[in-house]
Write a protein that binds this ligand. Sequence first.
Ligand SMILES: [Zn+2]
Length: 161
Amino acid sequence: MTIKSDNPNIKSIKHMAFAVRDAKTALGAYSKFLHVPTDTQLIDYPKSKNRVALFNLGGIEYQLCQSLEEGGRFDAWIKERGAEGLHHICYEVENIEQALDHAKSQGAQTRICQACGVHGSHPHPEGYVAFLDNDAGGIEIEFMQVYTPEELEKYNEYKGI
Ligand SMILES: [Zn+2]
């Protein structure tokens, strides 16, 4: 059986982000059942007010995301659904403007980035990202065009990193 893949713009899954109540507890389950190292770092992001357990599993980056504030992006999502779960999949794309143009031609709209307050493609630490206001099978869609080494250098210079 061949599986059809007809979107040459999507290169891979960049990450999968899960909304969890407590990143440490969620990481504990991944350590117990899936052998993720127990000393995986929990990273606090002051700008987006999230705590994230970040690791690779089966060649894919996992992000277990906990809001550090009530009503935060992941907290609100869990409360709305009444359960933790897969919050979004970030697709690495060859060209983010093309990915957005294609999605928009199919009726999609962009969603505001809650951390930055911006619609459409904009710079994040690893690349240009954009969020769609349309989900697929209940899962939010994020696009990322990963920086070239030169773009990464420029971003870090700009941010003073
Ligand atoms: Zn942003």
